[in-house]
Design a protein around this ligand. Structure first.
Ligand SMILES: NC(=O)c1ccc[n+]([C@@H]2O[C@H](COP(=O)([O-])OP(=O)(O)OC[C@H]3O[C@@H](n4cnc5c(N)ncnc54)[C@H](O)[C@@H]3O)[C@@H](O)[C@H]2O)c1
Length: 152
């Protein structure tokens, strides 16, 4: 698939050892026009922004502070990325935590954040909304497919 010239938005990509950051590197290496990184952790976000801008060019990556549990944050971040790069083609809902104790927060980020991001992707890219279509990628886990995991 040719993604040259496309624009991507990815949540939870602000960690150098994370899956989101690895996805961003792949996208930039495949010559997308730009990537908007959304994360809640500004210190880490600025670190990855610095690395990526040095390596791939300062005009190809932006960082936006965004808490995916906040509809307002997410809406603002989508607007920012689309306005900055002039288009939006790929949305990757990747932000996630693993916290069985605070399961409400976990669901709010991992499940609801993904659904919020998917609906916003439809509104910003969907042909039914006057857009030109796009791609939504939701990071999940192979653990969801396994039947042999112990119940806590
Ligand atoms: N690492 C694994 O083995 C593994 C396995 C299966 C699935 N996953 C899933 O892959 C995704 C990425 O995991 P990872 O291992 O790269 O984790 P990670 O902790 O390295 O990265 C997750 C990022 O999400 C950000 N984040 C957390 N809460 C947020 C919020 N409310 N709003 C915005 N950003 C927020 C964090 O700051 C962090 O940068 C997650 O959805 C996770 O559930 C990971």
């Amino acid at each position: 698939m040719n993604i040259e010239g496309k624009v991507a938005l990815i949540t939870g990509a602000g960690h150098v050892k994370g899956i989101g950051y690895a996805i961003v590197r792949q996208l930039l290496g495949k010559r997308v026009k730009g990537v908007g990184i959304l994360d809640i952790n500004d210190e880490n976000g600025r670190e990855v922004l610095d690395i990526l801008q040095n390596e791939f060019g300062e005009h190809r990556v932006i960082y936006v502070n965004c808490d995916v549990t906040s509809k307002t944050d997410l809406e603002g971040a989508f607007e920012k990325v689309k306005t900055h790069f002039g288009r939006l083609d790929i949305v990757c809902n990747n932000a996630g935590i693993q916290n069985e104790v605070n399961w409400e927060l976990t669901l709010n980020i991992n499940l609801m954040g993904t659904i919020r991001g998917t609906y916003l992707a439809l509104e910003h890219m969907g042909v039914n909304y006057g857009g030109r279509g796009g791609i939504v990628i939701n990071t999940a886990s192979i653990a969801g497919e396994r039947k042999d995991l112990p119940i806590l």
